[in-house]
Write a protein that binds this ligand. Structure first.
Ligand code: SF4
Length: 332
């Protein structure tokens, strides 16, 4: 019987799931993903998470609880830094400690991921996790090489304009002809943490709704990391967190794109980094006369309100494109 490793469908799942899954499967484990986010998953998370944490962290509690009883181990790395000379939000660092106190959950694989000093420091984490499954160092190394290959392909698909769920479907089905998004009349940049905008429950399917309303949606993940980094470096002071930098760099890049029709910033209630990047992006968008909408999500956000605001925003974008309004300002 293969060891069952559970992966919560939350936080950096949206970036690293193909890599993690391939790595564990190459080592002979069976990977079990938590169920898609629902009201029930979030409600469970809310019961056990402290009030002060942000919505995505509360939801992660629910995803871990969803895996309890289904797996032998849960992969919940302690993410300190995923890129040289940069840190990730400290909530990621403390997450395994917050989760461990939950009763009835399987042991955690909470290896430290810390690339602050060197990108090569990941090798220590790879070895540590690999040794849980085999003592064959070559097998561990090969599993890592293969998982990196899948990870690179996944990001190439995202850069083609596919959303994570679409890119995962391409990887899973080994589709040869990768579907490209249709060019649409309105292009909207949706800027937010991947675990907020790509989780259809948390975001109330904002991407699907924008597409249904006739918009082409681009996100920070559609842009190569290097490009986002180079635009983010134009700020007088470097932003502290890796994901915030990526979002900020993408926003600055997209604001210069002549085909961009509007920008939406999605923030999670209780997120300090979001309030900072949201403010910076909004100021820049307004200076450039770009239609801008700011949405803050929490467990009480009403779906009807979000839909109404999206529809109103797209109406204004269309009017602007048709030249019926000069400068549009829309935000809350
Ligand atoms: S960056 Fe914000 S939303 Fe993400 S984990 Fe940290 S506080 Fe939560």
């Amino acid at each position: 019987m293969p060891v069952k490793v559970g992966i919560p469908r939350a936080l950096l799942y949206y970036y690293y799931y193909p890599l993690w899954r391939t790595f564990f499967e190459e080592l002979g484990a069976e990977v079990v993903l938590s169920s898609p986010s629902t009201k029930g998953v979030l409600t469970e998370g809310l019961k056990y998470a402290v009030d002060e944490v942000c919505l995505p962290v509360k939801l992660t509690f629910g995803h871990v609880l969803d895996l309890a009883g289904k797996v032998d181990l849960i992969f919940l790395p302690r993410l300190i830094s995923v890129k040289k000379a940069e840190y990730i939000c400290p909530k990621f660092l403390g997450l395994p400690d917050m989760i461990r106190r939950l009763a009835g959950i399987p042991p955690l694989i909470d290896v430290n991921i810390d690339r602050y000093k060197s990108n090569n420091d990941i090798c220590l984490a790879v070895k540590e996790v690999g040794r849980l499954f085999t003592h064959n160092h070559f097998k561990i190394w090969l599993a890592y090489r293969r998982s990196l290959k899948v990870h690179r392909r996944y990001f190439r698909l995202l850069e083609l304009g596919l959303m994570p769920a679409e890119a995962l479907a391409v990887l899973k089905d080994r589709v040869k002809n990768e579907p490209l998004p249709e060019p649409e009349k309105i292009t909207v940049a949706l800027i937010g943490h991947p675990y907020n905008i790509h989780d259809p429950y948390v975001s109330m399917n904002i991407i699907g709704r924008l597409r249904t309303l006739g918009a082409n949606v681009i996100t920070a993940e559609c842009l190569p990391e290097k490009t986002a980094g180079s635009y983010a470096s134009r700020l007088p002071k470097k932003l502290f967190w890796t994901l915030g930098q990526r979002m900020m760099g993408a926003a600055l890049y997209y604001l210069e794109r002549p085909d961009l029709s509007g920008m939406i910033h999605v923030a999670a209630f209780g997120c300090g980094p979001d309030s900072m990047t949201g403010e910076l992006i909004e100021r820049r968008a307004r200076t450039m006369g770009m239609p801008f909408l700011s949405l803050t999500l929490d467990e009480h956000t009403g779906e009807a309100g979000v839909i109404t605001r999206l529809e109103a925003f797209l109406d204004m974008v269309s009017w602007k494109m048709a030249g019926t309004v000069g400068a549009i300002k829309s935000s809350s």
